[in-house]
Design a binder for this molecule. Structure first.
Ligand SMILES: [Ca+2]
Ligand SMILES: [Ca+2]
Length: 240
């Protein structure tokens, strides 16, 4: 999975059916359709969602609403993650793992897979991706590890290295369970919603990938949901 934000292809596709509103003199759109900074050097972002007004006009979202489709996920987040900022039925909610931003908060998820093996090892890994966070924080700052949790039947596994996330010497048809752990830790609360993309990967010692699943760690302020809370601003306002 490539999490390098693919703005240009998205912009091209959406712009082909838009814009419904013609760029005006104050829209930040130049005569050739390019995005232009405003005279004072700033970029207008009326709703403070991280997408500039001009880009919102181009893609069809509402420059006056940080959540055009009203699904609880900000226009910026849905746009950069290709989740349809004009469709409230996506993203699918089961890809999110919510966690409250308190020092004692922790969550876990189990990933299971069935393998047919003849003595190889199986190991769990994760990869964290750029989340546009102003402090450079990623899911890796919250993930505490992937442990080798259970095997069924257990006698098909030669050795379990739990905290290393490895089942060693697996034979025959076996169900393996890996547990992903996350904790908020001692980071200061920001009182705004953030989502950090990452991927869980299970590979064998023969190099074959058996499982690869995308998830987002969803950090929520105390007492808030995606419906009631405000999303954090990304590193910079996106306008191209
Ligand atoms: Ca905006
Ligand atoms: Ca939305």
């Amino acid at each position: 999975m490539n999490r390098k934000f693919g703005y240009l292809p998205i912009l091209f596709l959406l712009a082909a059916g838009c814009p419904s509103t013609a760029p005006g003199p104050d829209s930040g759109v130049g005569p050739d359709g390019s995005m232009q900074p405003f005279p004072d050097g700033s970029i207008a972002d009326e709703d403070h969602d991280g997408l500039c007004d001009a880009l919102e006009v181009m893609v069809g979202t509402d420059p006056g609403s940080d959540d055009t489709d009203g699904d609880g996920f900000s226009d910026w987040f849905e746009y950069v993650n290709r989740m349809g900022p004009l469709r409230s039925d996506i993203p699918e909610r089961d890809i999110f793992i919510p966690m409250v931003e308190t020092p004692e908060a922790s969550v876990s998820r189990t990933f299971t897979l069935e393998v047919r093996a003849s003595g190889e090892d199986f190991a769990g890994h994760f990869a964290a991706f750029d989340a546009g966070d102003p402090l450079g924080i990623t899911a890796a700052d919250f993930i505490t590890g992937i442990e080798a949790d259970f095997a069924d039947p257990p006698e098909n596994v030669g050795m379990v290295f739990g905290e290393m996330g490895v089942f060693g010497g697996v034979t025959r048809r076996t169900v393996l369970g890996f547990e992903l752990g996350m904790a908020y830790g001692d980071q200061p609360p920001r009182r705004c919603i953030r989502a950090f993309p990452f991927e869980v990967i299970i590979k064998s010692s023969l190099g074959r990938t058996y499982l690869r699943e995308d998830r987002y760690l969803l950090i929520l302020p105390v007492g808030e949901t995606t419906r009631t809370g405000t999303w954090c601003m990304p590193t910079e306002v996106l306008c191209t």
